[in-house]
Structures are given as structure tokens and as C-alpha cells.
Design a protein around this ligand. Structure first.
Ligand SMILES: Cc1cc2nc3c(=O)[nH]c(=O)nc-3n(C[C@H](O)[C@H](O)[C@H](O)COP(=O)(O)O)c2cc1C
Length: 378
């Protein structure tokens, strides 16, 4: 059997294959509450056969949302709206996962199709959406033209750590079986990790030890609420792609620290810390972030998830088969083909073409296939 199609276990949870649905913000929540959109959006990937389906970046505090449309778990009323989503994913054979997030200085942003620029009076006029003040480790704006965030006080740091723990508890009540912490792409935890955005002179900034402290404390506070038998992942940017930013050696060190505090897997992305333009040295090609997953896996001795510009089943198989990563996360390719896993199984020579599909479609598809062959229609 192809390795991509083989099960993978972390703690007491087994994913039926190595494909995860990467978190994809939909910007469709109402004050953080999920609705039918999220059920259908995520549900199609469970029907498509993915082993792990992550709900998008979900804010642990209201002001930690990136946009007005972000999902949230900052209050108990969010639990009920996420429950049907988690229930459906688990019932259809996927593992329901959720990404917990705080946007830090990237908060109060317009949705991508409204410009990905800071929310301002125009948004109030057009959609009644007010801007809010962002917090961050240091008062350094995200990019040119962005407001300066408020430097977090000790009290605010303690509050946000507690908010991660509270959100983890609510995720558990909602029925999720895996948590990924969003510590990549320039969001709050990444802002603490990177010297580009963390200029603090106290215990939360300066040395690698101090810059890693917030991420480690997030892992520790989540683990207080998140049961031992369930997996905890962190998404990290394996490099900032910038002079003076984090490099993969720094991130290997961060991964080692997280592993010591109950983190089971690193989802290896990159970039996002320094403004809007793609760093020139970031050369995109299929699987360009996979070497990071391989190095972190080997040198921090922790399971990794490879992600980014992947679409070809044979390439994904080679990555897991050669031990560069334990799992693969796909985002845009699954938007294009939610049944990617089933189609990949055919490419990878699974015994029967339609056996793994939900029977409501698989039964008809195999019947049609037999007829097509009999009549030599294709
Ligand atoms: C619509 C969309 C929304 C996304 N939202 C998130 C998110 O909430 N959290 C996150 O970590 N990454 C997010 N990403 C990034 C993806 O998870 C993924 O890392 C990236 O798209 C690269 O993978 P791909 O080439 O398979 O699309 C998003 C990507 C897309 C296309």
C-alpha cells in the first residue's frame, strides 16, 4: 500500500491516511460563530477522504481575530456552532482538527477580497465593520501603512495565555480531536518568536530563550486543558526568508523546546513576518517547503507535516515514503478537487477504484465504471 494512504497515529488518535486539510480561513463567521458554510466547506473534505480536516484559524480572543469574518472560540456560545462541524467530520471517518490563533499586529484586517489592508472608516460605511486596536510584543507595525500595535503588558500576556487554554477546552467540548496552534505567517506567536517583530528587553524578548518563551507557555497552558491522549501540533514558519529574521536552525531549536512541552508535530510553513511583499529569496516551486519539514523532523526528532504548493500524488507519496515528512497538508489543491485523496488513491494503485468513497457515491461510480468498460465508452 502507498505510504500516503497508510494510517498515522499520534497519541491515541489514528488518521486513516497521511493527508490533512490545511486550515483555510473562510471569513464567513458571524462574531466568531460557525454556520452552515463551515459545515459544508469542511464536510466536503471529509467526504473526499482526507485523514485529518482542520478548521481554519480560530481566534482565542475577539480582538485576536484577523478579520471580522474569522471563526472564534473566545466564548462558550461558539462551542454549539462548531459542534455539528466536528461531529460530522468525525462521523465521516476524518479526524476533526482546529487551528487556534491570535493575530496580534495582523488583527483588524480586511478580508482578502476587500484588499487585505487595515479596516478603516470605509468598512464602517460599507459593512458596519469597525476597526480595533491590535496588540503585539512590540509597537512595530506589520507593514507600511499599518497602524502601530500596542505593546503587550505582562497582564495582557498572561491573559492571552489563559485564552489559549480556555479555547482549547472549548475545542474539546465541541468535539475536536486535534489542535494546531497558529505560530506561523506573522501571527502573534510568530511575532514573539521572530527578532523582526519582537524588540522587547524583558523576559519575553531578546535571547532565543526569551523569544521562544511565549510559544512554550502557549503549549503549556493548552496542555493543561487539552487531554494527554489527544495530539497537539504547532504550525511554524521554518524561516522568515529575511536577513535578521528566523532561519531554519532557529526553528529547529524552537521545535525541540515545543516537543519538550507536549507538542507532537510541527506543520512546516514559512514566511509572513515582514510586510506584504514576498521576500525575493523565497523561490516557489512544488514542495519548496519540504526541505524544512525534513530538517526539523531529523534534527528536532519530531513528526512533521509538509505543506505548500503540492498537488501531485506521486510527489506527495515520495515525500512521506522517503521520510521527509509524516503527513502532507493540502489547501488550494483541495479547493480545486475536494476528492483529491480518492483520485490520488487511483494514481497510487489502490486495489479498487471506488471502494473508499462514501457508498452513496462510490456504489454508483463503480457501477458506471463497469458499464463504461463493458460498452467501451471511454
Ligand atoms: C483560502 C485560504 C485560507 C487560508 N487560511 C489559513 C489559515 O486560516 N491558517 C493557516 O495557517 N493558513 C492558511 N492558509 C494557508 C494554507 O493553509 C496553506 O498553508 C497554503 O495555502 C499553502 O498550501 P497550498 O499550496 O496547498 O494551498 C490559507 C490558504 C488559503 C488558500
Amino acid at each position: 500500500m502507498a505510504k500516503l494512504l497508510s494510517p498515522f497515529s499520534m497519541r491515541d488518535i489514528t488518521f486513516k491516511n497521511r493527508i490533512a486539510v490545511s486550515p483555510m480561513s473562510q471569513y464567513r463567521a458571524e462574531d466568531g460563530h460557525a454556520n452552515a458554510w463551515h459545515l459544508v466547506h469542511l464536510g466536503r473534505f471529509a467526504l473526499g477522504g482526507a485523514g485529518l480536516v482542520f478548521a481554519e484559524a480560530t481566534a482565542v480572543e475577539r480582538d485576536g481575530r484577523r478579520t471580522h469574518g474569522d471563526l472564534g472560540l473566545w466564548e462558550d456560545s461558539h462551542i454549539e456552532t462548531l459542534k455539528p462541524v466536528a461531529e460530522f467530520l468525525n462521523a465521516e471517518g476524518a479526524v476533526a482538527g482546529i487551528q487556534l490563533s491570535h493575530a496580534g499586529r495582523k488583527a483588524s484586517e480586511r478580508r482578502p477580497w476587500h484588499g487585505e489592508t487595515p479596516v478603516d472608516d470605509e468598512d464602517v460605511a460599507q459593512r458596519g465593520e469597525e476597526p480595533w486596536t491590535a496588540i503585539a510584543p512590540s509597537p512595530v507595525p506589520y507593514a507600511d501603512g499599518w497602524p502601530t500595535p500596542m505593546e503587550m503588558t505582562e497582564h495582557e500576556i498572561a491573559r492571552v495565555l489563559q485564552s489559549f487554554a480556555d479555547a482549547a477546552r472549548r475545542a474539546l467540548f465541541a468535539g475536536f480531536k486535534a489542535i494546531e496552534v497558529y505560530a506561523a505567517h506573522g501571527f502573534l506567536i510568530h511575532q514573539f518568536l521572530s527578532p523582526v517583530s519582537n524588540h522587547r528587553a524583558d523576559a519575553w524578548g531578546g535571547s532565543p530563550d526569551n523569544r521562544a518563551r511565549f510559544a512554550v507557555e502557549v503549549a503549556k497552558s493548552i496542555r493543561q486543558e487539552w487531554p494527554e491522549h489527544l495530539p497537539l501540533l504547532f504550525r511554524l514558519s521554518a524561516t522568515d526568508w529575511l536577513d535578521g529574521g528566523l532561519g531554519v536552525e532557529d526553528v529547529i531549536d524552537i521545535a525541540r523546546r515545543l516537543k519538550d512541552h507536549g507538542v507532537d508535530m510541527i506543520d512546516c510553513s514559512s514566511g509572513g513576518i515582514g510586510g506584504k511583499n514576498r521576500p525575493r529569496r523565497m523561490k516557489i516551486e512544488q514542495g519548496f517547503q519540504i526541505p524544512f519539514a525534513q530538517r526539523i523532523r531529523e534534527e528536532a526528532d519530531i513528526a512533521t507535516m509538509g505543506v505548500g504548493f503540492l498537488w501531485d500524488a506521486l510527489t506527495c507519496e515520495k515525500i512521506v515514503e522517503s521520510g521527509q515528512a509524516d503527513m502532507i497538508a493540502l489547501a488550494r489543491e483541495l479547493l480545486d478537487d475536494p476528492h483529491w485523496l480518492h483520485h490520488a488513491a487511483q494514481v497510487l494503485g489502490a486495489a479498487s477504484a471506488f471502494d473508499d468513497w462514501p457508498i452513496e457515491s462510490g456504489w454508483w461510480l463503480s457501477k458506471r465504471q463497469r458499464l463504461i468498460e463493458k460498452l467501451a465508452l471511454r
